[in-house]
Design a protein around this ligand. Structure first.
Ligand code: NAD
Length: 300
């Protein structure tokens, strides 16, 4: 396989594992993070530490970023990547950020002569380490094959969502749907309990009836019911409430700007904000069941 020179910026919980998989695929990875500890970890995984973004991207064929939020992405591209990378470099931002920031950065990159893609991921830290993330990509159709090839060592599926920003749009629409469906699932299990219906019976019935959805069948929030989930390990690991809340906020911001009516998404944001404010931002998002059952104290 052709060895590609990759610059990887942002080596946190997700980026660390992703960069390691690029190195494992025999690519030459120049890595940079503001955190020295993250940089040391990447070096141990076969990446070559750089002293700055400018140094990391200088001779890169592909630049991949995995940063916390929109302002970081705007800053890193606007102030550093676009000034120091070769125009032939393919730029791919895998962070989950607001649609507007993705479009602004894409516009700046294009105006400067670069190819750019927003490519947020579905899947958590374990999938990042295993190289089994799903990528939803917003980019020019002509650029998609190159983006797909560059993401392959980190991916189990890469889907072209549309033009610039469409990857971020897909990500927040999917996660808004997930937040709403999880809350609906939790409410239904809480009501079933009050009505004296056993959780395992309701699981079996709902899994085969029209209430069936991923939150019921694959990620059941009730401990001991259905396949193993974070509910079975005290809601540790999995998809943190704080992360779900971040995505729901992005969805509400986007909805407000686009003039879309998303009352269920707004309610989901409010409920996850309440759960987070009670100190449970680190718990898996399915733990909200315990708040709806009136048993939030059991989580402590
Ligand atoms: P993280 O905070 O662990 O990692 C972000 C890294 O970026 C940190 O190491 C930080 O030091 C670095 N960084 C910040 N500003 C920088 C700069 N200017 N230059 C270089 N490095 C900089 O976050 P994470 O969990 O890895 O998440 C990254 C992105 O992926 C977020 O947008 C998140 O929403 C998204 N995401 C996370 C998960 C998850 O389960 N953690 C799942 C899907 C998507």
């Amino acid at each position: 396989m052709h060895m590609t020179r990759i610059a990887f910026i942002g080596l946190g919980n997700m980026g660390g594992g992703m960069a390691a998989n690029q190195a494992k695929a025999q690519h030459h990875v120049r890595a940079f993070d503001l955190s020295a500890a993250a940089l040391d970890k990447a070096a141990a995984a076969g990446c070559h530490p750089a002293g700055s973004v400018a140094e990391a991207v200088a001779d890169a064929e592909v630049v991949i970023t995995m940063l916390p939020a929109g302002p970081h992405v705007r800053g890193v591209y606007g102030e550093q990547v676009l000034a120091h990378a070769a125009k032939s470099a393919l730029l791919i931002d895998c962070s989950t950020i607001d649609v507007d920031s993705a479009r602004v950065v894409a516009g700046q990159a294009k105006a400067a002569g670069f190819r750019f893609a927003d490519a947020p991921v579905s899947g958590g830290i374990m999938a990042a380490e295993a190289g089994t993330l799903a990528f939803m990509v917003g980019c020019d159709a002509d650029d998609f094959p190159a983006v797909e090839a560059a993401l392959a060592p980190m991916s189990r599926a890469t889907i072209h969502a549309g033009g610039h920003g469409a990857g971020q749009a897909a990500k927040i629409c999917n996660n808004m749907l997930l937040g709403v469906s999880m809350l609906g699932t939790c409410e239904a299990f809480a009501l079933a309990e009050k009505l004296g219906l056993a959780a395992d019976r309701f699981f079996e019935i709902a899994s085969k009836s029209s209430g069936q959805c991923w939150s019921v069948s694959t990620y059941c929030p009730v401990p001991g019911v259905g396949p193993a989930t974070p509910a079975d390990r005290a809601y540790e690991g999995g998809f943190a409430t704080a992360m779900m809340l971040k995505d729901l906020k992005l969805a509400q911001e986007a909805a407000a700007k686009a003039g879309a009516s998303t009352p269920m998404g707004a309610q989901a944001e409010a409920l996850y904000a309440l759960f987070d404010a009670n100190g449970f931002g680190g718990k898996d998002f399915s733990a909200v069941l315990q708040m709806l059952r009136g048993k939030i104290a059991d989580l402590n």
